[in-house]
Ligand binder design. Structure first.
Ligand code: ARG
Ligand code: ZN
Ligand code: CA
Length: 245
């Protein structure tokens, strides 16, 4: 990886209702959030507690929307088994997934905000799905609160770039990143700092990290260790080296 990293993004919108056919402006607001969150230019980055300021990262990755595909459907929800990624199943096949991040915006159902495919999986299903209600920045009053600031995509793209949840999906589990302290489990809402872990030895959890499950306004930073893990997949020999960045 050398120089500036720009990820070309293809958006795939699947809609039955007018609300699901989210506007170009709403989609661009999501791209804008990603560009801030991955360059530490988000306004809330400075809320990072002093304890974690030394590990808070400018990931140095930006995103450029290259195309939006739209398709009308009769499906009321798409689930989490990749049907939205398959034209044959009524969805939309990804566009050049080895060199583009494909995003699918549709109704997932089951209370799921989004899901991602980790590096190394099938190219035919590679990318990130976000429920259309939680795409981009939406007024508090519009029904998406507390997931109305576009952080679902920031979190899911973290997974797409090989990040695990900060609790390692186990009780006091390992996320394979050294500078994220061990966490007992997922945190919700906006935990007050300091949030003392029940994993020993005593320490505070990094609940404001994008890879926790807090409200959108409660997550606003990646760490240097997470940045290294993300950049590694784009380097020579990495699972996403084909992006050529
Ligand atoms: N993978 C989580 C889910 O499917 C997404 C969590 C996103 N968190 C957020 N504050 N937007 O529910
Ligand atoms: Zn997740
Ligand atoms: Ca860790």
């Amino acid at each position: 990886v050398n120089g500036k990293i720009v990820i070309p993004v293809v958006v795939n919108v699947l809609y039955r209702t007018a609300a699901e056919n989210i506007s170009d402006a709403q989609i661009q607001s999501q791209i804008d959030v990603l560009n801030k969150d991955f360059t530490a230019t988000n306004a809330d980055f400075s809320n990072t507690p002093t304890e974690f300021a030394g590990v808070a990262a400018n990931v140095g990755i930006t995103f450029q929307l290259v195309k939006t595909n739209r398709k009308s459907t009769t499906k009321t929800s798409w689930g989490t088994r990749d049907a939205m990624k398959k034209t044959k199943q009524g969805g939309l096949d990804p566009t050049s997934p080895s060199t583009n991040l494909n995003l699918w915006f549709c109704t997932i159902g089951g209370g799921i905000l989004g899901y991602a495919q980790f590096p190394g999986g099938s190219l035919a299903t590679d990318g990130v799905v976000c429920d259309s209600k939680y795409v981009g920045v939406t007024p508090d009053s519009a029904g998406a609160y507390p997931y109305n600031l576009g952080r679902t995509a920031s979190h899911e793209i973290g997974h797409w770039m090989n990040l695990r949840h900060i609790w390692g999906d186990a009780s006091c589990g390992n996320d394979l990143v050294d500078d994220t302290p061990i966490a007992k489990t997922s945190n919700f809402g906006v935990p007050a700092y300091p949030y003392v872990s029940t994993c020993l030895p005593a320490h505070n959890e990094i609940t404001m990290n994008y890879m926790d499950y807090t409200d959108d306004r409660g997550m606003y930073m990646f760490t240097n260790g997470q940045k290294a893990r993300m950049l590694a997949i784009f380097s020579s020999g990495g699972a996403r080296a084909a992006f050529g960045i």
